[in-house]
Every structure is written in C-alpha cells, then in structure tokens.
Design a protein around this ligand. Structure first.
Ligand code: FES
Ligand code: FES
Length: 153
C-alpha cells in the first residue's frame, strides 16, 4: 500500500512501488491533466509539482513521493475559478492542440513561485525542457508574463 497526498487529499492505494506516478494519477485517481507523451523524461507533458518543484511524473516511481505533496493541473484551479496561470493561458490563447499545456503551466507555476517577475530569457530557460510540437512558444511566453503581472490580483 502506498499513501499519497494529491491536491490536498490523502489516498491509500494498492499499487506496485515502482509504478510511475503518472500512471497512478491518471489510472487510479482519474486525474488526466498530466499527459503521457514520451514516458522517458524527454517532453515534459507529464509534469506535476512535488512540494512545489516541477517533476516528470512518467519517470517518478510512486514510492519516491513519500510525504511530499503532489499538485496536478486539477489542483491549481477549476473551470469556475482558474489559477492565474491557467487564466493567462486562456487570455493569450496559448494552445493549439493543447497536449503540452499541462507541462507548460506546471513548469511556469513552479518558476513564478521562485522568480515572481521572470525575464523572457528566464521563462524560456524554465520551459526549455517542455516540448511543443505546434510552435505555440510565443504565446506561451506571453501567457507566463501575463500571469506574472496578474497573479494575486
Ligand atoms: S511523458 Fe514524461 S517527460 Fe514525456
Ligand atoms: S500546443 Fe500542441 S504541443 Fe503545444
């Protein structure tokens, strides 16, 4: 049995310790914000926060989570009350197919927690490991800048 705290709720699950956290989130907890892209820590689409740090859940064994708090896209905000980062992505229309957006939002949220007013360069560096096959990068950077100016408003 593994106990996980996800989006503020504790879950005790009968899963193998080496199961990727991504599989547990999607298959056992029905949290489909984090996406399976490569499964190899190469694309960032599976990104979640572990105690506020952006990690790739596809290569994180569930047994490695321990007491750290997991936050997924669903834990940031809701459709009715989106997180400022989610609202900024909507306002900037920063998605085409949308597959990368989970990872972009989670990585950008971790960035702003540490660096509230990042430069374009810092945003690009923070998101460099998150791949977008649609070429939406300009709008994504604009969304992160917008979130930096509106968060807490
Ligand atoms: S699915 Fe995890 S990095 Fe690609
Ligand atoms: S919007 Fe399609 S992968 Fe980024």
């Amino acid at each position: 049995m593994i106990t996980l705290t996800v989006n503020g709720t504790s879950h005790t699950l009968d899963v193998e310790p080496d199961t990727p956290l991504l599989y547990v989130l999607r298959d056992d907890l029905a949290l489909h914000g984090p996406k399976f892209g490569c499964g190899l820590a190469q694309c960032g689409s599976c990104t979640v926060l572990l105690d506020g740090v952006a990690v790739r859940s596809c290569v994180t064994p569930v047994s490695a989570v321990g007491a750290k708090k997991v936050v997924t896209l669903e834990g940031l905000g809701t459709s009715a009350r989106p997180h400022p980062m989610q609202q900024a992505f909507i306002d900037e229309q920063a998605a085409q197919c949308g597959y990368c957006v989970n990872g972009m939002i989670m990585s950008a949220t971790a960035l702003l927690a540490k660096t509230p007013n990042p430069s374009d360069r810092q945003i690009r560096q923070a998101l460099a490991g998150n791949l977008c096959r649609c070429g939406t990068h300009q709008r994504i950077v604009a969304a992160v800048k917008r979130a930096a100016t509106t968060k807490g408003a």
